[in-house]
Ligand binder design. Structure first.
Ligand code: JHZ
Length: 396
């Protein structure tokens, strides 16, 4: 049973950027209660209210993985590793987005699954076989009829977005060769709790995985972990390497026990740890508002950088609006001239000139801090400051 530990209030859908500002309503189901729970039996952290996938992932999904150099580099590095380590003849990516990973593979060696039509169109145009469908058993069966030799399945920041995890893994098991490899990559709950990055919770992140929960989850499907990598991407992620238990050719690395021990030592198996996290989140909210109010009392300007889904959670939870943040800048074409979900804050297409009259920048994309700091040397040189709430609210 799910035990609640975090209440982030009523929130809009995080990736719905509206063209004109409109006050959203609970009655119209435009605002959803965002509460998070922990299941002591499965060790899974999940949202209490889950939104149907069709409401979240449609034909106008704005997020594109290729918008950050960090992610392009990370995917390129991974593709080299996959080719060297597993030499796949056929790789399938679940949630291929705009093709940031698969662009590194030859066209006849990959299959894409992407439910958002606008994104699927991009990989199709590049010549990759793309199924514009939701990942489920029906689709896995359909693919298997055509292609019976999928030896690597990869999925980044996608499986945690699908409500029915049993169906997700049953479908993977159906399609993957018996000596095949499953690689999944998602934000690590240990990092989330350490960094008090409560903004990892929004409607799309139905689950936040830990090595503890993944171990338990995949066991039911005769799967097991054989390696784990810790990554800096998306605020600290884990890359899980998974195989069938019966495949004895691959040795299990001690990265698994190292990660599991870290999580147990931190208390991720105990509800009391989650309750403490809930208290830290409340403090984080209070302190972020204090910092912003102090800056505004000095008549200084603040803009947001990176109109992220995460920032949507922060703005709506802390009730930060355009009286505090003038506008956001973002490089994503589909977010341009739209409003931050639930708020009157406009998103402007990134242009360095927009930073000219700004005193402070709120880091919506704090996970790309290094990339952004590199890009905004001029702003820093002239005394511009950043505000972040991770790992605690502060001015940098
Ligand atoms: P970013 C999305 O979350 C949604 P978000 C999703 N649910 C998920 O899991 C993660 O991605 C993976 C912009 N930017 O990656 C681009 C600049 O403008 O933190 C993006 O809009 N300039 C699928 O939205 C945003 O910031 C820059 O220099 O929280 C980053 O979004 C850089 C580096 C980024 O994910």
């Amino acid at each position: 049973m799910n035990k609640k530990f975090l209440d982030l209030g009523h929130q809009p859908l995080a990736n719905k950027y509206l063209k004109s500002y409109r006050k959203l309503s609970i009655k119209k189901n435009e605002l959803y209660k965002l509460t998070v729970g922990f299941n002591p039996a499965t060790k899974l952290v999940s949202l209490v209210k889950k939104i149907p996938d069709k409401k979240m992932f449609d034909s106008s999904y704005p997020y594109k993985s290729s918008m950050s150099k960090t992610m392009i580099k990370s995917f390129r590095k991974l593709s080299i590793k996959i080719n060297e380590r597993f030499k796949p003849k056929m790789l399938l990516e679940i949630g291929s987005n705009d093709g940031a990973l698969i662009s590194n593979f030859e066209r006849d060696k990959v299959l894409c699954v992407e439910p958002c039509a606008n994104l699927a169109r991009i990989t199709k145009k590049k010549g990759y076989l793309t199924y514009n469908k939701y990942w489920n058993l029906k689709l896995a069966k359909q693919i298997k009829k055509k292609i019976n030799n999928v030896d690597v399945i990869y999925s980044a920041n996608t499986l945690t977005h699908i409500n029915n995890l049993n169906d997700v893994f049953a479908s993977i098991v159906h399609l993957l060769k018996k000596d095949g490899i499953l690689i999944i990559e998602d934000p690590s709950f240990l990092e989330c709790i350490k960094k008090v990055s409560y903004d990892q919770f929004y409607n799309e992140h139905i689950y936040i995985f830990s090595a503890l929960s993944v171990t338990k989850l995949i066991k039911r499907f005769n799967l097991e972990l054989f390696d784990i990598e810790t990554l800096n991407t998306h605020g600290g992620s884990l890359r899980y390497y998974i195989k069938f238990k019966d495949n004895k050719k691959i040795k299990i690395k001690n990265t698994i026990s190292t990660q599991l021990n870290k999580e147990i030592k931190f208390g991720l198996d105990k509800f009391s740890t989650y309750k403490k996290f809930g208290i830290s989140v409340l403090k984080s909210k209070e302190n972020l508002i204090k910092i912003i109010k102090k800056i505004k009392n000095l008549n200084k300007t603040i803009i947001g950088y990176g109109a992220t889904a995460k920032a949507s959670t922060v703005l709506n939870y802390c009730n930060i609006d355009n009286n505090m943040i003038d506008f956001f800048v973002d490089t994503t074409p589909d977010k341009k001239d739209k409003f931050m979900p639930g708020k009157k804050i406009l998103i402007k297409k990134y242009n360095q000139k927009l930073l000219k009259n700004t005193d402070y920048i709120f880091l919506g994309a704090w996970n790309f801090k290094d990339e952004i700091f590199k890009k905004e040397k001029k702003f820093i040189k002239r005394g511009g400051k950043f505000i972040t709430h991770v790992p605690f609210p502060k001015i940098i």
